[in-house]
Design a protein around this ligand. Structure first.
Ligand code: UGB
Length: 600
């Protein structure tokens, strides 16, 4: 009886479904037991959407009507390049931002949006379980946790607060939730404390078949077909779960959002948080120089023609070109003299000041304005090629700030090698992407961008390592540079300065092109001649000083594998190679105190 009452309260009786919701077709095609299951599902869906399914249908009808009319959401707005900071690695400006950021990282909460399935990637597991690079085979999630723990360790030292916690929240979805929980359980939360990680699961929304907002139905089960609602759900979940309240009470000042497969993001975050603090930004988007046509949105300052409104926001890649054509340039999304789009490229790394965010969530409950993007099957725009759904994006948050003219929204631009390399495309598609935009965004490019970043940081420090005029090998049609593969873990360095300080006499360090090197933990490298493979790990409490070391061994090589070879692990197949470990020097130090390596 209680369940019946609840359903009645939620309005999920048949008359309501037929009348208010206009979904009678679902009932007609679900007789008997199927109908009961359908009503239960509708009740659940009703509870998951702010305002219930009636609001969802109403929003859908309105957005679909606007889409049918061809209405442009940016009508009446003119784009301009917004204000922001452009930081170059290894400059005093960068160091200063990092120094400011280091003061703030202990008061930061991190939010990983990981509800996406990654269909484009051709990988069937969850993306955060994918190895970032295969020298250590540590997965994305492990690297993120290690980075947060390393930042936490630094903050504990500098504040003297041994109990300080830097929290992480992960947004999962029905597609990724169980596997994410399993991965964390299997690895004891990658060293994170009990309660340090909060998991928030986003729910799907009904798929829609026509402009009347009628839901799609699975003919076998009679249930409504559902689809992801987009990463914008993260804000309503942060509000609804009470997470922000808890973080506020813990003393968190900054909330950082990042995506599932960006292995470089923590190289940039400290400096970007520093910019947020120095400029007192309410919202700070980390950006990269963007190639026209590339599948990353552009951050634009949109000014209304009557001058009454101004909004700094990401314009998604598919909308940027039409907006530019209609306003600034009949040629649309084209490069300026730098070869890049004048609009900074959004990489969906967002830093919010908690104070303002908290106020906005209290007022709006984090409901982000939605959009719909149906693919029409007829000219009259009455039929869809496949069911559509309403979506929302986390970077649309500034739309909730329109009543607050004092909110400061800006960007921090960095060189791409310092902050962004996503893993999104299967090898075949990546070949096309590479041709089109210059960026493959594949498993192999993601991996090699890690090595590239570390090589460049070492080279900037003065280490002898080749970074330019490199030859390429090709795996599955994608180029992979023949160059030193270097992994510098978060325990080794979380800032450019920390990495620099680990090489007091960099001119005495040289690494050949065929070498691979992993430095993990508190390690100082004074003199090293590396031609082969070297792995050094200093466990917490241990310190390794490489006073003088010459390494010459057979090292590690990449061996090609076929994409279709089912005998090979999919995580390797999607990069087109596996690792062959011929000969390595491994130094693992767990004894507390300093160990000196002196083997010239
Ligand atoms: N995600 C969720 O958590 N839930 C969802 O429902 C959907 C996604 P995609 P896309 O990196 O360059 C974004 O699919 O479409 C998570 C920005 O909008 O990789 O390529 C998902 O797990 C674009 O402006 O996003 O576009 C993943 O972590 C640009 O920044 C994240 O959301 C682009 O990313 C992004 O999902 C980019």
């Amino acid at each position: 009886a209680a369940a019946a009452e609840e359903r009645e309260w939620a309005g999920m009786d048949e008359a309501y479904v037929r009348g208010e919701l206009g979904q009678g077709h679902l009932l007609d095609a679900a007789p008997g037991a199927k109908r009961q299951a359908l009503l239960e599902q509708l009740t659940a869906l009703d509870g998951q959407y702010p305002g219930g399914l009636a609001a969802y249908v109403a929003n859908a009808k309105e957005l679909l009507e606007r889409s049918r009319e061809g209405a442009n959401p940016y009508d009446g707005f003119k784009p301009a390049v917004p204000q922001g900071e452009r930081l170059q690695a290894n400059t005093s400006q960068f160091d200063e931002s990092e120094a400011i950021g280091m003061e703030e990282v202990g008061f930061t909460g991190f939010v990983l949006v990981a509800g996406g399935l990654g269909e484009r990637l051709g990988y069937h597991g969850i993306k955060v379980a994918l190895p970032n690079e295969i020298l250590t085979e540590r997965c994305f999630l492990e690297n993120y946790c290690n980075s947060i723990l390393a930042l936490q360790a630094r903050a504990r030292e500098s504040t003297g607060d041994a109990g300080l916690i830097v929290p992480l929240a992960i947004m999962t979805s029905g597609d990724t939730h169980d596997k994410t929980v399993e991965l964390l359980n299997k690895h004891a939360n990658f060293g994170m404390a009990d309660g340090q990680i909060t998991i928030m699961k986003q729910e799907k929304v009904p798929a829609i078949v026509d402009n009347e907002g009628r839901f799609a139905q699975d003919p076998d089960t009679g249930l409504v077909e559902t689809k992801p609602h987009g990463h914008g759900d993260v804000h309503s979940l942060i509000h609804g779960t009470g997470l922000l309240e808890r973080w506020k009470d813990m003393g968190v000042k900054w909330v950082v959002f990042f995506q599932d497969t960006n292995g470089l993001v923590f190289r940039a975050l400290v400096a970007a948080i520093g910019v947020s603090a120095a400029r007192d930004f309410d919202v700070n988007s980390l950006t990269v120089p963007r190639r026209p046509g590339e599948a990353v949105g552009g951050i634009c300052q949109l000014d209304s023609e009557d001058g009454s409104k101004s909004l700094t926001i990401n314009v998604e890649y598919n909308q940027l070109d039409p907006l530019l054509r209609a306003t600034l340039n009949p040629d649309g999304d084209v490069p300026d003299e730098s070869g890049f789009s004048p609009f900074p490229g959004n990489i969906n790394v967002l830093i919010f000041k908690l104070e303002g965010y908290h106020k906005v969530l209290a007022k709006t409950k984090g409901a982000i304005p939605e959009f719909v993007n149906p693919k029409y099957a007829d000219e009259a725009k009455t039929k869809f090629k496949k069911p559509t759904r309403l979506e929302c994006m986390m970077q649309d948050y500034p739309k909730l700030l329109t009543d607050d003219p004092d909110a400061k929204v800006g960007f921090t631009q960095m060189e791409r090698f310092m902050c962004f390399s996503a893993v999104k495309n299967n090898p075949a598609d990546a070949v096309g992407k590479l041709k089109g935009s210059g960026f493959a965004e594949s498993a192999s490019s993601g991996e090699n961008d890690i090595y590239h970043n570390n090589r460049l940081l070492l080279s900037m420090t003065g280490v002898n390592v080749k970074t330019t005029n490199l030859d390429n090998e090709s795996f599955l049609g994608l180029p992979v540079p023949v160059a030193a593969k270097v992994v510098l873990t978060p325990a080794f360095g979380v800032t450019v300065k920390e990495i620099r300080d680990r090489f007091p006499s960099p001119d005495k360090v040289s690494i050949s092109e065929r070498s691979s090197l992993v430095l993990d933990g508190d390690i100082v490298v004074e003199s090293l001649d590396l031609d082969g493979d070297l792995r050094i790990t200093a466990a917490p409490g241990a310190k390794v000083v490489v006073k003088n070391l010459t390494v010459k061994n057979q090292g590690v090589e990449w061996v090609p594998v076929d994409f279709d070879d089912q005998s090979v692990d999919e995580a390797m197949r999607i990069r087109g190679y596996v690792k062959k470990e011929n000969e390595s020097l491994v130094i693992n130090q767990s004894d507390p105190g300093e160990t000196v390596v002196d083997r010239p």
